[in-house]
Design a protein around this ligand. Structure first.
Ligand code: ATP
Ligand code: MG
Length: 361
């Protein structure tokens, strides 16, 4: 799929923007703080239904305005879809798909498939498990609505269980009511585990191949799902931690503690990996994400590269560019560095200044 057109109204520092994109490479360049990331954020927002920079949608509305809207026309094999989101400072956001309001975010997911790569992602391996969970959750949600709903229900029950745990501490009689929550958590938790396990397996298969190519067979990358509990021991572990959970008013066991680990030639990248190895592993992971979307959704995702080319050396830049020739790519950059030479001549160029965009090639 590819984006034909984007329209922003009062979104971040854009008052009014309407641009048409090329099917292939789109490079947006401009100084710092002109609106490059804001544009990618708008695309991400339309794909995932929320921003990766803030959980408060109201921050997306241009300062001193009350309402903002973003919309895009997506072409998938000559079938066009329009996604539109209206953000208001007084109401919940409204999402429209081809003009019709949708009630659940799950209905939006999959309409606009993206893979995004920014310098912050380069930290993924070294960050805490929460970031890595968020990363796989978003990826699986893009390819499976069922997963999205399972996760949503799990998180809802988890919140209720935690509330109940706090009440049990002062009123032990309520303990009997926990059972129903535990059953639900375990039920959703096991399904989520299975999805995560098979996603990471697939990710590993593709990423391993890429890493091999990137390092001329020198590095064997392995991405492993590290479930906090196993399916067999789920009930038992929850039961064992019950008293502790009541004491702390918090659920200590479950898929909300899962993680994924990266190894290169058997060595834990989080602990021992060099900067370069992390970068290569991340690049391999991003290219693997693209392959997974292609395989599962039978279409190409749109690749968003926020100022990331300058973070990669020439060899990795070249490799990335060679591997994205068939997908729509939206790149931001502060300057037109040497990387542009790697694109030969097949790109559109846009200049961003203070929330306005001018096409220059
Ligand atoms: P860099 O090269 O430093 O990454 P950038 O071009 O990616 O810069 P953005 O993050 O897209 O910059 O835009 C930042 C600008 O947008 C800042 O000047 C900020 O004040 C402005 N901005 C952010 N949110 C809003 C908002 N809600 N209303 C108006 N302006 C906003
Ligand atoms: Mg930026």
């Amino acid at each position: 799929m590819y984006i034909e057109e984007i329209e922003l109204k009062n979104f971040r520092n854009y008052e009014k923007l309407n641009i048409k994109l090329s099917k292939k490479i789109n490079i947006f360049y401009g100084d710092n703080a002109q609106g490059k990331t804001n544009l990618l954020e708008a695309i991400y927002f339309m794909a995932i239904g929320r921003s990766y920079r803030t959980s408060n949608d109201k921050e997306l509305i241009k300062f001193d305005k009350k309402i903002s809207s973003v919309s895009t026309i997506i072409n998938d094999n000559e079938i066009k879809d329009k996604v539109e989101i209206i953000i208001s400072d007084s109401k919940n956001k409204r999402i429209l798909l081809n003009g019709l309001g949708i009630k659940k975010l799950g209905e939006l997911l999959g309409s606009l498939l993206i893979v995004s790569f920014s310098p912050e992602d380069l930290q993924l391996i070294k960050q805490g498990p929460g970031e890595r969970r968020r990363f796989i959750d978003i990826e699986i949600c893009q390819i499976s609505k069922v997963y999205y709903y399972e996760l949503k229900r799990y998180n809802h029950v988890l919140k209720q269980r935690n509330k109940l745990l706090k009440r049990i501490k002062s009123n032990n009689k309520l303990k009997d009511t926990l059972f129903a929550f535990d059953m639900q958590l375990i039920n959703h938790g096991k399904k989520i585990m299975n999805y995560r396990e098979s996603y990471v397996k697939e990710l590993n298969n593709f990423a391993r191949d890429v890493q091999k190519k990137l390092t001329k067979d020198k590095e064997e990358l392995e991405i492993k799902y590290k479930g906090f509990v196993t399916e067999e021991k789920y009930e038992e572990k929850m039961e064992k931690s019950l008293e502790k959970d009541i004491m702390f008013g918090n659920t200590s066991v479950g898929i909300h503690k899962d993680d994924i680990n990266f190894f290169i030639n058997g060595i834990d990248v989080k602990k021992y990996g060099s900067q370069g190895q992390q970068r290569t592993a991340l690049l391999s992971t991003k290219l693997a994400q693209i392959e997974i979307i292609k395989k599962n959704k039978h279409t190409m995702p749109i690749l968003l590269l926020d100022d990331v080319l300058s973070e990669l050396d020439n060899k990795r830049q070249k490799f990335l560019i060679e591997n994205i020739s068939d997908i729509q790519t939206i790149i931001t950059s502060t300057g037109l560095d040497d990387f542009i030479l790697n694109f030969k001549d097949e790109y559109s160029l846009f200049f961003i200044e203070n929330g306005t965009i001018e096409i220059t090639k």
